[in-house]
Design a binder for this molecule. Structure first.
Ligand code: PEP
Ligand code: MG
Length: 594
Protein backbone atom coordinates (compact mmCIF):
# COMPACT_ATOMS: atom_id res chain seq x y z
CA UNK A 1 0.00 0.00 0.00
CA UNK A 2 1.24 3.55 -0.65
CA UNK A 3 2.22 5.44 2.52
CA UNK A 4 -0.81 7.60 2.22
CA UNK A 5 -3.49 5.29 0.85
CA UNK A 6 -5.17 8.20 -0.89
CA UNK A 7 -2.00 9.39 -2.61
CA UNK A 8 -1.91 9.36 -6.40
CA UNK A 9 0.55 6.82 -7.73
CA UNK A 10 1.57 6.16 -11.35
CA UNK A 11 2.57 2.86 -12.94
CA UNK A 12 4.03 2.55 -16.41
CA UNK A 13 3.40 -0.47 -18.59
CA UNK A 14 2.75 -1.37 -22.21
CA UNK A 15 -0.18 0.26 -24.01
CA UNK A 16 -2.15 -2.71 -25.32
CA UNK A 17 -5.61 -1.46 -26.22
CA UNK A 18 -6.48 2.25 -26.60
CA UNK A 19 -8.94 4.22 -24.53
CA UNK A 20 -9.23 5.82 -21.12
CA UNK A 21 -11.27 4.43 -18.24
CA UNK A 22 -11.73 5.16 -14.56
CA UNK A 23 -13.36 2.98 -11.96
CA UNK A 24 -12.83 0.74 -8.93
CA UNK A 25 -10.24 -2.03 -9.08
CA UNK A 26 -11.30 -5.65 -8.93
CA UNK A 27 -8.58 -8.24 -8.95
CA UNK A 28 -8.94 -11.43 -10.90
CA UNK A 29 -6.26 -13.06 -8.84
CA UNK A 30 -4.32 -11.08 -6.30
CA UNK A 31 -0.65 -11.15 -5.48
CA UNK A 32 0.77 -13.15 -2.59
CA UNK A 33 -1.22 -12.96 0.65
CA UNK A 34 0.57 -11.74 3.72
CA UNK A 35 0.25 -14.41 6.38
CA UNK A 36 0.32 -13.07 9.96
CA UNK A 37 1.99 -15.02 12.74
CA UNK A 38 0.91 -14.77 16.37
CA UNK A 39 0.57 -16.99 19.42
CA UNK A 40 -2.71 -18.50 20.54
CA UNK A 41 -3.20 -18.98 24.27
CA UNK A 42 -3.34 -22.72 25.19
CA UNK A 43 -6.97 -22.51 26.29
CA UNK A 44 -8.00 -21.08 22.88
CA UNK A 45 -6.27 -23.65 20.67
CA UNK A 46 -9.34 -25.89 20.38
CA UNK A 47 -11.26 -22.89 19.10
CA UNK A 48 -8.46 -22.12 16.66
CA UNK A 49 -8.76 -25.65 15.28
CA UNK A 50 -12.51 -25.34 14.78
CA UNK A 51 -11.90 -22.02 13.01
CA UNK A 52 -9.66 -23.98 10.64
CA UNK A 53 -12.38 -26.58 10.07
CA UNK A 54 -14.93 -23.88 9.30
CA UNK A 55 -12.48 -22.27 6.88
CA UNK A 56 -12.06 -25.61 5.12
CA UNK A 57 -15.82 -25.99 4.79
CA UNK A 58 -16.33 -22.50 3.44
CA UNK A 59 -13.54 -22.95 0.92
CA UNK A 60 -14.99 -26.28 -0.29
CA UNK A 61 -18.35 -24.57 -0.82
CA UNK A 62 -16.78 -21.74 -2.81
CA UNK A 63 -14.87 -24.14 -5.01
CA UNK A 64 -18.01 -26.18 -5.77
CA UNK A 65 -19.79 -22.98 -6.80
CA UNK A 66 -16.93 -21.92 -9.06
CA UNK A 67 -16.75 -25.41 -10.54
CA UNK A 68 -20.43 -25.26 -11.45
CA UNK A 69 -20.03 -21.82 -13.01
CA UNK A 70 -16.98 -22.81 -15.06
CA UNK A 71 -18.71 -26.00 -16.19
CA UNK A 72 -21.65 -24.01 -17.44
CA UNK A 73 -19.70 -21.20 -19.06
CA UNK A 74 -16.61 -23.02 -20.35
CA UNK A 75 -16.90 -26.77 -20.12
CA UNK A 76 -16.50 -29.92 -18.09
CA UNK A 77 -12.78 -30.36 -18.77
CA UNK A 78 -11.85 -26.92 -17.50
CA UNK A 79 -14.20 -27.34 -14.55
CA UNK A 80 -12.47 -30.57 -13.59
CA UNK A 81 -9.35 -28.70 -12.46
CA UNK A 82 -11.40 -27.66 -9.45
CA UNK A 83 -11.83 -31.34 -8.51
CA UNK A 84 -8.10 -31.38 -7.87
CA UNK A 85 -8.56 -28.33 -5.64
CA UNK A 86 -11.24 -30.16 -3.64
CA UNK A 87 -8.89 -33.11 -3.20
CA UNK A 88 -6.30 -30.82 -1.63
CA UNK A 89 -8.92 -29.58 0.84
CA UNK A 90 -9.79 -33.14 1.76
CA UNK A 91 -6.23 -34.32 2.14
CA UNK A 92 -6.09 -35.85 5.64
CA UNK A 93 -2.30 -35.58 5.93
CA UNK A 94 -2.34 -31.87 5.17
CA UNK A 95 -5.19 -31.23 7.59
CA UNK A 96 -3.79 -33.33 10.42
CA UNK A 97 -0.27 -31.93 10.06
CA UNK A 98 -1.72 -28.42 10.32
CA UNK A 99 -3.69 -29.28 13.47
CA UNK A 100 -0.59 -30.88 14.94
CA UNK A 101 1.42 -27.75 14.13
CA UNK A 102 -1.12 -25.57 15.97
CA UNK A 103 -0.95 -27.81 19.02
CA UNK A 104 2.84 -28.07 19.03
CA UNK A 105 3.85 -24.50 18.16
CA UNK A 106 0.88 -22.57 19.53
CA UNK A 107 0.83 -20.31 16.48
CA UNK A 108 -2.31 -19.18 14.63
CA UNK A 109 -3.79 -21.57 12.11
CA UNK A 110 -3.13 -19.43 9.00
CA UNK A 111 0.56 -19.46 9.80
CA UNK A 112 0.57 -23.20 10.60
CA UNK A 113 -1.32 -24.14 7.47
CA UNK A 114 0.97 -21.93 5.38
CA UNK A 115 4.03 -23.64 6.88
CA UNK A 116 2.69 -27.15 6.27
CA UNK A 117 1.47 -26.39 2.75
CA UNK A 118 4.84 -24.80 1.88
CA UNK A 119 6.65 -27.93 3.05
CA UNK A 120 4.36 -30.06 0.87
CA UNK A 121 4.90 -27.81 -2.14
CA UNK A 122 8.67 -27.88 -1.69
CA UNK A 123 8.67 -31.66 -1.44
CA UNK A 124 6.39 -32.08 -4.48
CA UNK A 125 8.46 -29.66 -6.55
CA UNK A 126 11.51 -31.94 -6.09
CA UNK A 127 9.79 -34.96 -7.60
CA UNK A 128 10.56 -35.51 -11.25
CA UNK A 129 7.01 -36.18 -12.35
CA UNK A 130 4.91 -33.75 -14.31
CA UNK A 131 1.64 -34.82 -12.67
CA UNK A 132 2.97 -34.33 -9.16
CA UNK A 133 4.56 -31.00 -10.10
CA UNK A 134 1.16 -29.84 -11.32
CA UNK A 135 -0.25 -30.54 -7.84
CA UNK A 136 2.04 -27.81 -6.49
CA UNK A 137 0.04 -25.15 -8.29
CA UNK A 138 -3.22 -26.72 -7.06
CA UNK A 139 -1.96 -26.55 -3.48
CA UNK A 140 -0.78 -22.96 -4.00
CA UNK A 141 -4.15 -21.83 -5.38
CA UNK A 142 -6.16 -23.57 -2.70
CA UNK A 143 -3.86 -22.44 0.11
CA UNK A 144 -4.26 -18.84 -0.95
CA UNK A 145 -8.03 -19.16 -1.03
CA UNK A 146 -8.19 -20.93 2.34
CA UNK A 147 -5.83 -18.45 4.03
CA UNK A 148 -7.80 -15.50 2.65
CA UNK A 149 -11.02 -17.06 3.96
CA UNK A 150 -9.46 -17.56 7.38
CA UNK A 151 -8.30 -13.95 7.37
CA UNK A 152 -11.68 -12.74 6.14
CA UNK A 153 -9.94 -11.19 3.10
CA UNK A 154 -11.02 -11.05 -0.49
CA UNK A 155 -8.98 -13.53 -2.51
CA UNK A 156 -9.89 -12.36 -5.97
CA UNK A 157 -11.49 -14.53 -8.60
CA UNK A 158 -13.46 -14.22 -11.77
CA UNK A 159 -16.63 -13.77 -9.74
CA UNK A 160 -17.48 -10.14 -9.18
CA UNK A 161 -21.19 -10.25 -8.62
CA UNK A 162 -22.60 -7.03 -7.28
CA UNK A 163 -19.50 -5.00 -7.94
CA UNK A 164 -20.89 -3.32 -11.03
CA UNK A 165 -18.55 -1.76 -13.55
CA UNK A 166 -14.93 -2.19 -12.61
CA UNK A 167 -11.34 -2.25 -13.80
CA UNK A 168 -9.99 -5.74 -13.80
CA UNK A 169 -6.46 -6.17 -12.48
CA UNK A 170 -4.70 -9.47 -12.68
CA UNK A 171 -1.25 -11.03 -12.79
CA UNK A 172 -2.07 -12.48 -16.18
CA UNK A 173 -5.21 -13.42 -18.01
CA UNK A 174 -5.54 -16.45 -20.22
CA UNK A 175 -7.83 -16.39 -23.25
CA UNK A 176 -10.23 -18.78 -21.49
CA UNK A 177 -10.35 -16.52 -18.44
CA UNK A 178 -11.04 -13.59 -20.76
CA UNK A 179 -13.85 -15.62 -22.30
CA UNK A 180 -15.34 -16.00 -18.80
CA UNK A 181 -15.49 -12.28 -18.09
CA UNK A 182 -18.73 -10.37 -17.89
CA UNK A 183 -17.46 -7.91 -20.48
CA UNK A 184 -20.26 -5.42 -19.97
CA UNK A 185 -18.92 -4.73 -16.50
CA UNK A 186 -15.25 -4.55 -17.42
CA UNK A 187 -14.20 -0.93 -18.01
CA UNK A 188 -10.55 -1.77 -18.60
CA UNK A 189 -8.08 -4.61 -18.13
CA UNK A 190 -4.71 -4.26 -16.47
CA UNK A 191 -2.22 -7.10 -16.10
CA UNK A 192 1.19 -7.44 -14.48
CA UNK A 193 2.39 -9.73 -17.26
CA UNK A 194 1.52 -10.17 -20.95
CA UNK A 195 2.15 -8.23 -24.13
CA UNK A 196 0.39 -6.38 -26.94
CA UNK A 197 -0.12 -9.57 -28.91
CA UNK A 198 -1.12 -12.03 -26.22
CA UNK A 199 -4.46 -13.46 -27.27
CA UNK A 200 -6.38 -12.12 -24.28
CA UNK A 201 -5.17 -8.62 -25.21
CA UNK A 202 -6.19 -9.11 -28.83
CA UNK A 203 -9.60 -10.10 -27.52
CA UNK A 204 -9.76 -6.97 -25.35
CA UNK A 205 -8.96 -4.90 -28.42
CA UNK A 206 -11.71 -6.50 -30.45
CA UNK A 207 -14.13 -5.74 -27.64
CA UNK A 208 -12.85 -2.15 -27.49
CA UNK A 209 -11.79 -2.50 -23.86
CA UNK A 210 -8.80 -0.29 -22.90
CA UNK A 211 -5.91 -2.41 -21.71
CA UNK A 212 -2.43 -1.92 -20.24
CA UNK A 213 -0.05 -4.82 -19.62
CA UNK A 214 3.39 -5.36 -18.04
CA UNK A 215 2.62 -3.44 -14.84
CA UNK A 216 4.74 -5.29 -12.34
CA UNK A 217 4.03 -4.56 -8.70
CA UNK A 218 0.54 -3.14 -9.20
CA UNK A 219 -1.19 -6.03 -7.45
CA UNK A 220 0.75 -5.39 -4.28
CA UNK A 221 -0.30 -1.75 -4.27
CA UNK A 222 -3.87 -1.63 -5.50
CA UNK A 223 -6.55 -3.03 -3.27
CA UNK A 224 -10.01 -4.19 -4.18
CA UNK A 225 -12.21 -1.10 -4.69
CA UNK A 226 -9.34 1.41 -5.07
CA UNK A 227 -9.97 4.03 -7.73
CA UNK A 228 -7.88 3.53 -10.89
CA UNK A 229 -7.41 5.51 -14.06
CA UNK A 230 -6.25 3.48 -17.06
CA UNK A 231 -4.67 5.22 -20.02
CA UNK A 232 -4.55 2.65 -22.81
CA UNK A 233 -2.86 5.14 -25.15
CA UNK A 234 0.25 5.77 -23.10
CA UNK A 235 0.25 2.52 -21.16
CA UNK A 236 -0.17 4.25 -17.82
CA UNK A 237 -2.24 3.36 -14.78
CA UNK A 238 -2.88 5.85 -12.01
CA UNK A 239 -3.90 4.65 -8.57
CA UNK A 240 -6.08 7.10 -6.61
CA UNK A 241 -6.08 9.76 -9.36
CA UNK A 242 -6.41 13.32 -8.07
CA UNK A 243 -9.31 15.53 -9.14
CA UNK A 244 -6.87 17.43 -11.36
CA UNK A 245 -5.69 14.26 -13.10
CA UNK A 246 -9.25 13.10 -13.62
CA UNK A 247 -10.11 16.40 -15.23
CA UNK A 248 -7.11 16.27 -17.56
CA UNK A 249 -8.00 12.74 -18.61
CA UNK A 250 -11.59 13.75 -19.07
CA UNK A 251 -10.33 16.12 -21.78
CA UNK A 252 -8.22 13.38 -23.32
CA UNK A 253 -11.19 11.07 -23.41
CA UNK A 254 -13.42 13.59 -25.14
CA UNK A 255 -10.61 14.49 -27.56
CA UNK A 256 -10.29 10.80 -28.41
CA UNK A 257 -14.02 10.57 -28.93
CA UNK A 258 -13.83 13.52 -31.35
CA UNK A 259 -11.06 11.83 -33.35
CA UNK A 260 -13.06 8.65 -33.51
CA UNK A 261 -15.88 10.69 -34.96
CA UNK A 262 -13.47 12.10 -37.57
CA UNK A 263 -12.40 8.57 -38.55
CA UNK A 264 -15.91 7.19 -38.38
CA UNK A 265 -17.17 9.84 -40.76
CA UNK A 266 -15.21 8.06 -43.52
CA UNK A 267 -15.99 4.49 -42.53
CA UNK A 268 -18.50 3.97 -45.32
CA UNK A 269 -16.62 5.80 -48.04
CA UNK A 270 -14.95 3.73 -50.76
CA UNK A 271 -11.58 2.18 -50.01
CA UNK A 272 -9.58 4.19 -52.53
CA UNK A 273 -6.27 6.00 -52.05
CA UNK A 274 -5.80 9.69 -52.85
CA UNK A 275 -4.56 8.66 -56.31
CA UNK A 276 -7.23 6.09 -57.09
CA UNK A 277 -5.77 2.70 -56.00
CA UNK A 278 -8.43 0.46 -54.50
CA UNK A 279 -7.91 -1.31 -51.20
CA UNK A 280 -9.99 -3.28 -48.72
CA UNK A 281 -10.06 -3.17 -44.95
CA UNK A 282 -11.57 -6.27 -43.38
CA UNK A 283 -12.18 -7.34 -39.82
CA UNK A 284 -10.46 -9.67 -37.42
CA UNK A 285 -13.12 -11.27 -35.26
CA UNK A 286 -13.20 -13.68 -32.35
CA UNK A 287 -16.74 -14.93 -32.85
CA UNK A 288 -18.07 -13.04 -29.81
CA UNK A 289 -18.89 -9.75 -31.55
CA UNK A 290 -22.28 -8.26 -32.17
CA UNK A 291 -23.04 -9.17 -35.81
CA UNK A 292 -25.07 -6.02 -36.37
CA UNK A 293 -22.12 -3.85 -35.35
CA UNK A 294 -19.89 -5.74 -37.78
CA UNK A 295 -22.42 -5.53 -40.58
CA UNK A 296 -22.61 -1.74 -40.19
CA UNK A 297 -18.91 -1.20 -39.68
CA UNK A 298 -17.99 -0.34 -43.26
CA UNK A 299 -15.69 -3.38 -43.46
CA UNK A 300 -15.27 -5.35 -46.69
CA UNK A 301 -15.78 -8.64 -44.90
CA UNK A 302 -13.94 -10.68 -42.30
CA UNK A 303 -10.26 -11.27 -43.03
CA UNK A 304 -9.63 -13.42 -39.98
CA UNK A 305 -12.18 -15.34 -37.91
CA UNK A 306 -10.25 -16.76 -34.98
CA UNK A 307 -12.39 -19.81 -34.29
CA UNK A 308 -10.58 -20.88 -31.12
CA UNK A 309 -12.94 -18.89 -28.99
CA UNK A 310 -15.80 -21.19 -29.93
CA UNK A 311 -13.71 -24.05 -28.64
CA UNK A 312 -12.59 -22.22 -25.51
CA UNK A 313 -15.97 -21.10 -24.34
CA UNK A 314 -18.24 -23.99 -25.28
CA UNK A 315 -18.72 -27.13 -23.22
CA UNK A 316 -16.33 -29.46 -24.96
CA UNK A 317 -15.62 -29.06 -28.66
CA UNK A 318 -18.67 -27.66 -30.43
CA UNK A 319 -20.27 -30.09 -32.86
CA UNK A 320 -20.71 -29.52 -36.57
CA UNK A 321 -24.20 -28.01 -36.30
CA UNK A 322 -23.14 -25.58 -33.56
CA UNK A 323 -20.12 -24.49 -35.56
CA UNK A 324 -22.10 -24.13 -38.75
CA UNK A 325 -24.63 -21.93 -36.95
CA UNK A 326 -21.85 -19.75 -35.54
CA UNK A 327 -20.12 -19.38 -38.92
CA UNK A 328 -23.39 -18.71 -40.70
CA UNK A 329 -24.38 -15.91 -38.37
CA UNK A 330 -21.27 -14.00 -39.47
CA UNK A 331 -21.55 -15.06 -43.12
CA UNK A 332 -25.15 -13.79 -43.23
CA UNK A 333 -24.23 -10.56 -41.47
CA UNK A 334 -21.31 -9.75 -43.77
CA UNK A 335 -22.96 -10.72 -47.08
CA UNK A 336 -22.04 -10.07 -49.86
CA UNK A 337 -18.52 -9.72 -48.45
CA UNK A 338 -16.37 -12.77 -47.66
CA UNK A 339 -15.79 -14.29 -44.25
CA UNK A 340 -12.34 -15.85 -43.90
CA UNK A 341 -12.61 -18.65 -41.38
CA UNK A 342 -9.33 -19.73 -39.89
CA UNK A 343 -9.24 -23.36 -38.88
CA UNK A 344 -8.54 -24.12 -35.26
CA UNK A 345 -5.33 -22.56 -33.91
CA UNK A 346 -5.29 -24.08 -30.43
CA UNK A 347 -2.06 -24.30 -28.50
CA UNK A 348 0.40 -21.56 -27.58
CA UNK A 349 -1.40 -19.34 -25.09
CA UNK A 350 -4.75 -20.83 -26.14
CA UNK A 351 -4.59 -24.12 -24.33
CA UNK A 352 -6.15 -23.66 -20.92
CA UNK A 353 -4.86 -26.16 -18.40
CA UNK A 354 -3.55 -28.18 -21.37
CA UNK A 355 -6.97 -29.76 -21.50
CA UNK A 356 -7.67 -28.96 -25.12
CA UNK A 357 -4.63 -30.32 -26.85
CA UNK A 358 -3.93 -32.79 -24.02
CA UNK A 359 -0.32 -31.69 -23.57
CA UNK A 360 1.64 -29.59 -21.20
CA UNK A 361 4.65 -28.23 -23.03
CA UNK A 362 7.84 -26.46 -22.06
CA UNK A 363 7.56 -24.19 -25.12
CA UNK A 364 3.89 -24.09 -26.09
CA UNK A 365 4.31 -21.53 -28.88
CA UNK A 366 6.80 -23.84 -30.54
CA UNK A 367 4.74 -26.90 -29.78
CA UNK A 368 1.58 -28.76 -30.61
CA UNK A 369 -0.26 -25.79 -32.06
CA UNK A 370 -2.55 -24.83 -34.94
CA UNK A 371 -2.44 -27.04 -37.99
CA UNK A 372 -0.15 -29.52 -36.18
CA UNK A 373 -2.94 -30.31 -33.74
CA UNK A 374 -5.55 -30.49 -36.52
CA UNK A 375 -3.52 -32.83 -38.70
CA UNK A 376 -3.23 -35.29 -35.81
CA UNK A 377 -6.82 -34.85 -34.66
CA UNK A 378 -8.42 -35.29 -38.03
CA UNK A 379 -11.88 -35.90 -36.53
CA UNK A 380 -11.87 -32.44 -34.98
CA UNK A 381 -10.39 -30.90 -38.12
CA UNK A 382 -12.78 -32.58 -40.53
CA UNK A 383 -15.76 -31.68 -38.40
CA UNK A 384 -14.69 -28.04 -38.60
CA UNK A 385 -14.07 -28.23 -42.35
CA UNK A 386 -17.54 -29.74 -42.81
CA UNK A 387 -19.11 -26.90 -40.85
CA UNK A 388 -17.13 -24.30 -42.85
CA UNK A 389 -18.12 -25.90 -46.16
CA UNK A 390 -21.76 -26.05 -45.13
CA UNK A 391 -21.62 -22.33 -44.26
CA UNK A 392 -20.07 -21.69 -47.70
CA UNK A 393 -23.36 -22.82 -49.24
CA UNK A 394 -24.95 -19.66 -47.84
CA UNK A 395 -22.47 -16.90 -48.64
CA UNK A 396 -18.88 -16.13 -49.52
CA UNK A 397 -16.50 -18.07 -47.28
CA UNK A 398 -12.73 -18.55 -47.44
CA UNK A 399 -10.66 -21.06 -45.50
CA UNK A 400 -7.42 -20.06 -43.82
CA UNK A 401 -4.93 -22.57 -42.37
CA UNK A 402 -2.85 -21.34 -39.39
CA UNK A 403 0.77 -22.14 -38.51
CA UNK A 404 1.72 -23.69 -41.82
CA UNK A 405 5.44 -24.44 -41.65
CA UNK A 406 5.94 -26.88 -44.53
CA UNK A 407 4.57 -27.83 -47.92
CA UNK A 408 3.46 -31.23 -46.60
CA UNK A 409 1.22 -29.65 -43.98
CA UNK A 410 -0.56 -27.56 -46.56
CA UNK A 411 -0.96 -30.51 -48.90
CA UNK A 412 -2.30 -32.75 -46.12
CA UNK A 413 -4.79 -30.08 -45.02
CA UNK A 414 -6.00 -29.82 -48.60
CA UNK A 415 -6.33 -33.61 -48.90
CA UNK A 416 -8.54 -33.66 -45.83
CA UNK A 417 -10.57 -30.80 -47.26
CA UNK A 418 -11.09 -32.81 -50.46
CA UNK A 419 -12.19 -35.85 -48.42
CA UNK A 420 -14.76 -33.73 -46.62
CA UNK A 421 -16.00 -32.24 -49.89
CA UNK A 422 -16.48 -35.75 -51.25
CA UNK A 423 -18.50 -36.75 -48.17
CA UNK A 424 -20.73 -33.70 -48.47
CA UNK A 425 -21.25 -34.27 -52.19
CA UNK A 426 -22.35 -37.80 -51.30
CA UNK A 427 -24.92 -36.34 -48.91
CA UNK A 428 -26.14 -33.84 -51.49
CA UNK A 429 -25.07 -30.87 -49.37
CA UNK A 430 -24.57 -27.64 -51.31
CA UNK A 431 -21.30 -25.88 -50.72
CA UNK A 432 -18.84 -23.69 -52.59
CA UNK A 433 -16.89 -26.16 -54.78
CA UNK A 434 -14.21 -23.57 -55.48
CA UNK A 435 -13.87 -22.32 -51.95
CA UNK A 436 -10.65 -20.33 -51.65
CA UNK A 437 -7.93 -21.79 -49.44
CA UNK A 438 -5.39 -19.53 -47.79
CA UNK A 439 -2.18 -20.28 -45.93
CA UNK A 440 -1.12 -18.09 -43.08
CA UNK A 441 2.46 -16.97 -43.37
CA UNK A 442 3.48 -16.66 -39.75
CA UNK A 443 6.35 -19.12 -39.45
CA UNK A 444 9.66 -18.14 -41.10
CA UNK A 445 9.97 -21.55 -42.82
CA UNK A 446 6.70 -20.83 -44.65
CA UNK A 447 7.89 -17.34 -45.61
CA UNK A 448 10.89 -18.89 -47.33
CA UNK A 449 8.79 -21.29 -49.44
CA UNK A 450 5.95 -19.03 -50.54
CA UNK A 451 6.77 -20.12 -54.12
CA UNK A 452 6.19 -23.80 -53.27
CA UNK A 453 3.09 -23.13 -51.18
CA UNK A 454 1.56 -20.94 -53.85
CA UNK A 455 0.80 -23.98 -56.01
CA UNK A 456 -1.47 -25.32 -53.29
CA UNK A 457 -3.46 -22.32 -52.11
CA UNK A 458 -5.36 -19.34 -53.48
CA UNK A 459 -4.06 -16.59 -51.22
CA UNK A 460 -1.73 -15.85 -48.34
CA UNK A 461 -2.35 -13.96 -45.16
CA UNK A 462 0.60 -12.74 -43.13
CA UNK A 463 0.26 -13.22 -39.39
CA UNK A 464 2.71 -10.57 -38.29
CA UNK A 465 2.21 -11.36 -34.60
CA UNK A 466 3.67 -14.81 -34.89
CA UNK A 467 6.00 -14.08 -37.78
CA UNK A 468 7.75 -11.48 -35.66
CA UNK A 469 7.87 -13.83 -32.65
CA UNK A 470 9.36 -16.73 -34.58
CA UNK A 471 11.65 -14.71 -36.83
CA UNK A 472 13.17 -12.66 -34.03
CA UNK A 473 12.98 -15.50 -31.46
CA UNK A 474 11.06 -13.25 -29.06
CA UNK A 475 8.18 -14.80 -27.12
CA UNK A 476 5.21 -12.60 -28.01
CA UNK A 477 3.71 -12.75 -24.53
CA UNK A 478 6.87 -12.23 -22.49
CA UNK A 479 6.85 -8.63 -21.30
CA UNK A 480 10.43 -8.99 -20.00
CA UNK A 481 11.71 -8.92 -23.57
CA UNK A 482 8.95 -6.87 -25.18
CA UNK A 483 11.50 -4.23 -26.25
CA UNK A 484 12.92 -6.85 -28.63
CA UNK A 485 9.53 -7.49 -30.23
CA UNK A 486 10.17 -4.74 -32.69
CA UNK A 487 8.81 -4.38 -36.22
CA UNK A 488 11.61 -1.93 -36.98
CA UNK A 489 14.13 -4.73 -37.38
CA UNK A 490 15.48 -4.79 -40.96
CA UNK A 491 15.29 -8.62 -40.86
CA UNK A 492 11.55 -8.41 -40.31
CA UNK A 493 10.89 -5.79 -42.98
CA UNK A 494 13.00 -7.71 -45.51
CA UNK A 495 11.08 -10.90 -44.75
CA UNK A 496 7.78 -9.11 -45.33
CA UNK A 497 9.11 -7.74 -48.61
CA UNK A 498 10.24 -11.23 -49.68
CA UNK A 499 6.77 -12.66 -49.03
CA UNK A 500 5.11 -9.96 -51.13
CA UNK A 501 7.65 -10.37 -53.95
CA UNK A 502 7.11 -14.12 -54.03
CA UNK A 503 3.33 -13.78 -53.86
CA UNK A 504 3.44 -11.38 -56.79
CA UNK A 505 5.78 -13.60 -58.79
CA UNK A 506 3.37 -16.52 -58.35
CA UNK A 507 0.22 -14.54 -58.83
CA UNK A 508 -1.19 -15.04 -55.36
CA UNK A 509 -2.61 -12.16 -53.31
CA UNK A 510 -0.83 -11.49 -50.04
CA UNK A 511 -3.05 -10.05 -47.30
CA UNK A 512 -2.08 -9.05 -43.77
CA UNK A 513 -4.11 -9.94 -40.69
CA UNK A 514 -1.58 -9.54 -37.86
CA UNK A 515 -1.69 -6.53 -35.56
CA UNK A 516 0.79 -4.61 -37.72
CA UNK A 517 -1.96 -4.10 -40.30
CA UNK A 518 -3.83 -1.99 -37.75
CA UNK A 519 -0.80 0.07 -36.79
CA UNK A 520 -1.14 3.52 -38.38
CA UNK A 521 2.63 3.82 -38.60
CA UNK A 522 3.11 0.60 -40.57
CA UNK A 523 -0.09 0.18 -42.58
CA UNK A 524 1.23 2.56 -45.32
CA UNK A 525 4.46 0.55 -45.52
CA UNK A 526 2.53 -2.72 -45.96
CA UNK A 527 0.50 -1.01 -48.62
CA UNK A 528 3.68 0.12 -50.34
CA UNK A 529 4.90 -3.49 -50.37
CA UNK A 530 1.73 -4.55 -52.17
CA UNK A 531 -0.91 -5.41 -49.54
CA UNK A 532 -4.35 -4.56 -50.86
CA UNK A 533 -6.31 -6.30 -48.13
CA UNK A 534 -5.63 -5.48 -44.52
CA UNK A 535 -7.57 -7.16 -41.76
CA UNK A 536 -7.85 -5.35 -38.43
CA UNK A 537 -9.94 -5.34 -35.27
CA UNK A 538 -13.21 -3.42 -35.23
CA UNK A 539 -11.77 -0.60 -33.12
CA UNK A 540 -9.00 0.08 -35.67
CA UNK A 541 -11.02 -0.21 -38.87
CA UNK A 542 -12.08 3.42 -39.27
CA UNK A 543 -8.63 4.76 -38.48
CA UNK A 544 -6.83 2.49 -40.97
CA UNK A 545 -9.33 3.35 -43.67
CA UNK A 546 -8.99 7.08 -42.94
CA UNK A 547 -5.23 6.75 -43.26
CA UNK A 548 -5.10 4.73 -46.46
CA UNK A 549 -7.57 7.06 -48.15
CA UNK A 550 -4.88 9.74 -47.79
CA UNK A 551 -1.86 7.89 -49.17
CA UNK A 552 -0.49 8.08 -52.74
CA UNK A 553 0.93 4.96 -54.31
CA UNK A 554 4.11 6.65 -55.46
CA UNK A 555 4.83 7.91 -51.96
CA UNK A 556 4.19 4.63 -50.15
CA UNK A 557 6.35 2.76 -52.65
CA UNK A 558 9.13 5.25 -51.98
CA UNK A 559 8.59 4.84 -48.26
CA UNK A 560 8.90 1.06 -48.57
CA UNK A 561 12.12 1.34 -50.57
CA UNK A 562 13.50 3.81 -48.08
CA UNK A 563 12.70 1.53 -45.13
CA UNK A 564 14.17 -1.51 -46.83
CA UNK A 565 17.45 0.34 -47.32
CA UNK A 566 17.72 1.27 -43.62
CA UNK A 567 20.27 -0.55 -41.51
CA UNK A 568 19.20 0.58 -38.06
CA UNK A 569 15.93 0.17 -36.22
CA UNK A 570 16.12 3.79 -35.13
CA UNK A 571 16.27 5.00 -38.75
CA UNK A 572 13.28 2.86 -39.64
CA UNK A 573 11.28 4.19 -36.74
CA UNK A 574 12.07 7.80 -37.66
CA UNK A 575 11.15 7.21 -41.30
CA UNK A 576 7.73 5.66 -40.52
CA UNK A 577 6.95 8.41 -38.05
CA UNK A 578 8.08 11.06 -40.51
CA UNK A 579 5.81 9.74 -43.23
CA UNK A 580 2.91 9.41 -40.83
CA UNK A 581 3.31 13.02 -39.71
CA UNK A 582 3.22 14.21 -43.32
CA UNK A 583 0.05 12.24 -43.90
CA UNK A 584 -2.10 13.05 -40.92
CA UNK A 585 -3.03 16.47 -39.49
CA UNK A 586 -1.37 17.24 -36.19
CA UNK A 587 -4.46 17.23 -34.03
CA UNK A 588 -5.39 13.71 -35.16
CA UNK A 589 -1.99 12.14 -34.65
CA UNK A 590 -1.66 12.84 -30.93
CA UNK A 591 -2.75 9.37 -29.90
CA UNK A 592 -0.66 7.35 -32.32
CA UNK A 593 2.67 8.89 -31.44
CA UNK A 594 2.41 8.82 -27.67
C1 PEP B 1 -0.75 -13.61 -36.18
O1 PEP B 1 0.01 -14.45 -35.71
O2 PEP B 1 -0.37 -12.49 -36.62
C2 PEP B 1 -2.20 -13.87 -36.26
C3 PEP B 1 -3.01 -13.08 -36.91
O3 PEP B 1 -2.66 -14.95 -35.59
P1 PEP B 1 -2.83 -15.00 -33.98
O4 PEP B 1 -2.55 -13.63 -33.45
O5 PEP B 1 -4.19 -15.49 -33.72
O6 PEP B 1 -1.77 -15.99 -33.60
MG1 MG C 1 -0.74 -16.45 -35.39
Amino acid sequence: MPENPEEEKRFHGIAASPGVATGPAASFSQGEVEVPQYTIAPNLREEEISRFEQGLMETRKQISAIRAEVEEKVGEEEASIFDAHQLVLEDRALIEDTIQEVIETGFNVEHCFHEVASRYMEAFAQIDDEYIKERVSDIRDVSKRLICNLLGKDHGSARREGLGKHILISRDLSPSETALLEVRDVLAIVTEEGSRTSHSVIMARSLNIPCVVGLHGLLNEADFGNELLVDGFKGEVILNPSAETLERYGHLKSQHERFLETFNAERHLPGVTADGQEFKVLLNIEGVEDTELLANSGACGVGLFRTENLFLSASGFPDEAKQEAAYRSFVDAMAPHPVTIRTLDLGGDKNPHRSLTGYREANPFMGFRGIRFCLENTDVFKEQLRAILRASGHGKVRILYPMISSLEELQRANELLEEVKEELRGQGVLFDETIERGAMIEVPSAAVIVDLLSEHCDFFSIGTNDLMQYLLAVDRINDRISYLYDPNQPSFLRTLNFIFEQGKAHNKPVNVCGELAADPLYAPFLFGLGARELSVSLGSLARVKYLLRRVCMKEVRQLSLQLLRCRKTEDIRKAVEGYYCELVPEEVRTFDLL
